[in-house]
Design a protein around this ligand. Structure first.
Ligand code: NAD
Length: 247
C-alpha cells in the first residue's frame, strides 16, 4: 500500500507480526524497540520490501520518544499509520505486594502502557495528515479486570477512552483512531500464563478451544489501519476467540 508505518514494540510478539503484515502489504515500516536491538534487527532483516528501519526508545522516557518518532518520520517521509502496541504485564497482587511495590507497579505500568502511547501519539500526529490511522492495542482485560495485574487492566481500559477521545479530536482531520482488545495470544508476555496446565485452562475459555497466534492479531490490526476501515473510527475490536460466550 506504500504507506509509512510506525509500530511500537515490534521486536517480537504481536508487534513483530504487525510489522511483517504491513511490509507484506507493501508498506514501509519503522520497527520500534526498547532494549532488544538484535531481535529488532532480525525482524528488519526478514521483512519483505525495502525502506524499513529500526528505531529505539524506552516508552517511559518522553524525550527518547520525541527523538524516536522524529527519526522514524524523517526516514519514512512522514507517518501514515501508528500502531501503539508496546506494553508490559507484571504481576502485582494486592495482598502479596508491599505498599512500595504496589506504587512502583502502578507507576511503571501506566508509564509504558498509557502515558507512553499518549506521548508517541502526540509526536506522531505532527507527522500525520488526512487519511492517517492510529491503532491502539488494548486487551480483553480492559473489560473483565485483571485480578493479578490491576494496573495493567486499568491502563488498557484507559487506552479505550484515549482511543475514543482521539477519534473525536482527529476525525475532522480525516484521521481514524481505533483499538483492538486481544485475548490470549502466544507471545513472551503470555508465556507464563500459557505454560503447563495454564494452556488448557486458557484455550478452553474460547469456543474455538485455542488461543490466538500473533499473526491473527496482526491481520486484524492491518484491517483497522486500512483505508477501507475509516468508518470504524472509535471502534474497539474484541478479538478474543468469542471467549465472552463461554463465561
Ligand atoms: P511481548 O512482551 O512479546 O511484546 C511487548 C513489546 O513491548 C516488546 O517488544 C517490548 O520490547 C515492548 N516494550 C516493553 N516495555 C517497553 C518500554 N519500556 N519501552 C518500549 N517498548 C517496550 O508481548 P505481546 O503479547 O506481543 O504484547 C503486545 C501488546 O499486546 C501489548 O500491549 C499487550 O498488552 C497486548 N496484549 C497481549 C495479549 C497476549 O495474550 N499476548 C493479550 C492482550 C493484549
Amino acid at each position: 500500500m506504500n504507506r509509512s508505518v510506525l509500530v511500537t514494540g515490534a521486536s517480537r510478539g504481536i508487534g513483530a507480526a504487525a510489522a511483517r503484515a504491513f511490509a507484506a502489504a507493501g508498506d514501509r515500516v519503522a520497527i520500534h524497540y526498547s532494549a532488544s536491538a538484535d531481535s529488532a534487527a532480525q525482524v528488519l532483516k526478514e521483512l519483505p520490501g525495502s525502506g524499513h528501519l529500526t528505531v529505539q526508545a524506552d516508552l517511559a522516557d518522553p524525550a527518547a520518544i520525541e527523538a524516536m518518532v522524529s527519526d522514524a518520520a524523517t526516514a519514512l517521509g512522514g507517518i501514515d499509520v501508528l500502531v501503539n502496541n508496546a506494553g508490559i504485564y507484571h504481576p502485582h497482587r494486592i495482598r502479596e505486594t508491599t505498599y512500595a511495590e504496589w506504587q512502583q507497579a502502578w507507576a511503571d505500568t501506566l508509564a509504558v502502557n498509557l502515558v507512553g502511547p499518549s506521548n508517541v501519539t502526540w509526536c506522531a500526529v505532527r507527522h500525520m495528515s488526512r487519511g492517517g490511522r492510529i491503532v491502539n492495542v488494548s486487551s480483553r482485560g480492559a473489560f473483565r479486570g485483571e485480578p493479578n495485574q490491576p494496573a495493567y487492566g486499568a491502563s488498557k481500559a484507559a487506552i479505550v477512552s484515549f482511543t475514543q477521545s482521539l477519534a473525536r479530536a482527529l476525525g475532522p482531520e480525516g484521521i481514524a483512531v481505533t483499538a483492538i482488545a486481544p485475548g490470549w495470544t502466544v507471545t513472551d508476555m503470555a508465556a507464563v500464563n500459557l505454560a503447563g496446565d495454564g494452556y488448557d485452562r486458557r484455550r478452553l475459555e474460547s469456543p474455538l478451544e485455542r488461543v490466538a497466534d500473533p499473526s491473527e492479531v496482526a491481520a486484524a490490526i492491518l484491517y483497522l489501519a486500512s483505508r477501507e476501515a475509516e468508518f470504524a473510527t472509535g471502534t474497539v475490536l474484541d478479538f478474543n476467540g468469542g471467549s465472552y460466550l463461554r463465561m
